[in-house]
Design a protein around this ligand. Structure first.
Ligand SMILES: [Zn+2]
Length: 764
């Protein structure tokens, strides 16, 4: 099994291990690479400003979680190009398609960034590479890339040895990702300059010599040398269109068919959902992978897992075991008889054990894990369409049609790579994941459901169940009355999403119950198709990589239509979030009374995601800049004030509505940089930007700052930003023409801070 995973940071143990393994591969395979360049990798991931590019690390992992390949991509956001710094398999892992899988993943990423891909490759020209052995390896590499349409840029002096007389100076290679449009000379000049200056720190005269040799306009690539047939080129990377949802379907579910009258958890449920989803064009179906039992045993008591397996086999396919006695759960003395044990582990009388139930439940777990793995690989949305459901299965009990907690198993697997939130919008309380993660703070569990006074499971789902120990505060239940409107339901889901935003998870798991629908035999609410579309949109707008796992929903006539509408909304919301507005902070909350502004300077872990959402919502910044904004918060959290990043944050209700980030400029006595200032769109035009700026200035003054610097673009689009600095009494100190792009310069502002001026008073 091979998996390509994008590693955002080194915050979890698994990510740290992956980064270390990547460093080991780099040390072994690139003996010429200076060790300090390799050592700085974790810092490079978390501190892009310092390095003047954003780093994206991809690792290839096998079934035992060993890192067997690595690719490091640098994104120079100010110039708008991507540079493949490293791509390599681990020692002794050559072949096996690892390099190709990594390279193809890198190309997808570059395509999503909207740039072209550059890298260096050692030459295959005998004059430049006289040693036949080295040259043969160079030929193999260039041949590999040529199959993708990537070839050296010719007719330049790029491959001039820095030290005259040395062999094997690299070519500059361009992969245009299947496009026939080659970049202009001016663009490639900037690219070459950035690589030679920022990456290698080469002397100005050498850089100038290379840059001025790039004169073909547009530049030219070498004629194909190894790949003759045009068809052999696997060039084009499809443009990122509407986000497609990776769909994993539990084909084994039909085995599990309880013929008893009134047993609503039936195979027709999935058939009716698929009948609507298949023609929608929203989904891309994936085969189900098989996973080991250890994922199930990581969240469920091994004795429960063993019992379910054994009892199901004893029952066979023709009959079922139903519990008929519910022994007091004395852990030391479980009953011996297998049929009596049913009541020891089960919480109700309608979750029968038989061979097909076990096979279907086991396969549902594989589907949930396959869908979860898809988001680890970088997919935005995935959906495990499974039955039986899972959210009523706890650590050592099952029931409510559920055997294994699919959502909790997926969430636990994902939790190795970042914080997870589970949002359960089934009509019934998600007691399974609540109990499983009740003592953990790295998995937030939130459930919106019918109040347990009238709704299954009756014993849990109350407001005051909020977690215990280190999990205190990481479970939120929002129980609702028996009869509510779809608007009231959405308002509660809005509250749930605000809690999720504060937590700022790396991945979101949605336990999707469609039993909140009008006419559902197990529910009392009245959502219609358009309501499900809105629910999907609200969730998608958060912009998190999201795994949806099917739970309940039993009114077969409308199940499919409601599912289709939910996913149409989810995909639309997620697509919009990628471009700008996640977390429609105004949406639901704005209708209620406006809470007062609250100011603070301390940052919390949840601010990483909230700052990202805020910055993205302004629509002014690229995805890479959004990453940087979040990473500065991470830097502050990990290094404290030594990070050099300080913050002013304004909250209204549970939403972050404005913030500024500033800090001293290294190597200066009393100059500070105002790195970021952003105000949520719905709060703009009300003087909030002024307040944030004044508060940041006051804090800088207290820290001894005499001058504050800020920079922005000279383009028309940034006229409001320049106007803002001018109104704040910043004066233009310098203008660097064509800094960001031709005709798009950088404007540097400065403001002298008067030490006498008193800081502003609190309040708006
Ligand atoms: Zn339900």
């Amino acid at each position: 099994m091979l998996r390509i995973r994008k590693v955002a940071d080194a915050t979890t143990a698994a990510n740290r291990a992956a980064v270390e393994a990547a460093q080991k591969i780099m040390r072994e395979q690139f003996s010429a690479m200076p060790d300090e360049d390799i050592a700085k990798l974790p810092d490079q991931l978390s501190n892009p400003l310092k390095h003047r590019f954003v780093s994206r690390l991809f690792v290839a992992e096998n079934g035992r979680d060993q890192t067997i390949g690595v690719a490091l991509l640098l994104y120079f956001s100010d110039i708008g190009f991507s540079y493949l710094e490293v791509i390599s398999t681990a020692k002794g892992r050559m072949g096996a398609g690892i390099g190709a899988a990594l390279y193809e993943r890198v190309r997808e990423e570059v395509r999503a960034l909207g740039t072209q891909l550059y890298f260096e490759c050692l030459p295959d020209d005998p004059e430049l590479s006289p040693n036949p052995e080295i040259r043969a390896a160079n030929v193999a590499r260039l041949k590999f890339y040529e199959r993708y349409g990537a070839r050296p840029v010719v007719n330049t002096k790029y491959e001039t040895p820095v030290t005259p007389g040395t062999s094997d100076p690299p070519y500059l290679v361009l992969d245009p990702l299947g496009s026939n449009d080659l970049p202009s000379a001016a663009t490639v000049q900037k690219v070459a300059r950035a690589i030679l200056e920022r990456k290698y720190g080469l002397p100005a005269d050498y850089v100038q010599m290379v840059v001025s040799s790039i004169t073909d306009d547009p530049v030219r690539l070498r004629e194909p040398r190894y790949v003759k047939s045009r068809r052999a080129v696997k060039g084009a990377v499809p443009a990122p269109g509407e986000p497609r949802i990776a769909l994993v379907l539990n084909d084994d579910h039909t085995l599990h068919h309880v013929q008893d009258r009134g047993y609503v958890e039936a195979p027709v449920r999935i058939r009716s959902i698929m009948a609507e989803l298949a023609p929608s064009g929203l989904f891309e179906r994936l085969p189900t992978k098989r996973f080991s039992d250890r994922h199930i045993r990581a969240v469920h008591d091994g004795r429960l897992v063993d019992y379910i397996r054994k009892a199901c086999l004893i029952a066979g396919t023709k009959k079922s075991i139903y519990p008929y006695v519910f022994p007091v759960r004395n852990p030391a003395r479980p009953p011996k008889d297998e049929t009596v044990l049913a009541g020891y582990y089960c919480i109700d009388t309608f979750t029968p054990l038989n061979e097909s139930a076990f096979l279907a439940a086991r396969s549902a777990v594989d589907c949930a894990l396959t869908a979860a793995e898809k988001v680890l690989e970088g997919a935005g949305l995935s959906y495990a369409l499974v039955r039986p459901p899972g959210h009523h299965a706890e650590t050592s009990t099952f029931g409510g049609f559920c055997y294994f907690s699919n959502s909790a198993i997926a969430a636990h697997m994902l939790s190795r790579y970042g914080k997870i939130a589970i949002l359960d919008i089934d009509y019934h309380h998600g007691n399974g994941q609540q109990e499983i993660f009740y003592h953990r703070s790295d998995v937030l569990t939130v459930s919106v459901h019918g109040h347990p006074s009238f709704a299954y499971p009756y014993f849990s789902g109350f407001r005051d169940e909020t977690g215990i120990g280190s999990g205190a505060g990481y479970n939120l239940n929002i129980p609702l009355p028996e009869h509510i409107t779809p608007e009231q339901h959405r308002s509660a889901v809005g509250e749930a999403l605000r809690r999720v935003r504060r937590f700022a998870p790396a991945y979101l798991v949605v336990s999707l119950g469609l039993d909140t629908a009008r006419g559902d035999p197990t529910g009392t609410w009245s959502n219609r198709a358009r309501d499900f579309e809105k629910l999907g949109r609200m969730i998608g707008e958060q912009g998190y990589p999201t795994v949806v796992i099917q739970e309940g929903g039993y009114r077969v006539r409308t199940l499919g239509i409601n599912a289709r509408n939910f996913f149409a909304g989810l995909a639309a919301g997620h697509g919009a979030a990628r471009h700008a507005t996640p977390a429609a902070q105004g949406g639901v909350a704005a209708k209620t009374a406006r809470p007062a502004l609250e100011w603070r300077s301390a940052v919390m872990p949840e601010d990483v995601g909230r700052v990202r959402s805020l910055v993205a919502s302004t629509e002014f910044f690229s995805a890479a800049e959004v990453d940087i904004a979040g990473e500065l918060v991470t830097e502050r959290l990990t290094k404290g004030i030594r990070s050099g990043y300080h913050f002013v944050l304004a909250e209204r209700g549970s939403g972050l509505v404005a913030y500024a980030c500033y800090g001293p400029i290294d190597g200066t006595q009393d100059s500070f940089d105002l790195y970021w200032i952003a105000v949520a769109p719905e709060e703009q035009g009300k003087g909030l930007g002024t307040q944030v700026c004044l508060r940041a200035e006051a804090a800088m003054r207290r820290a001894g700052a005499k001058h504050v610097y800020a920079d922005t673009s000279s383009s028309d689009r940034y006229a409001p930003t320049r106007g803002f600095y001018q109104r704040m009494s910043f004066t233009e100190q310098a203008r660097l023409p064509d800094f960001y792009a031709p005709g798009d310069g950088k404007v540097i502002y400065v403001k002298a801070l008067d030490p006498e001026r008193p800081p502003p008073r609190d309040g708006p």
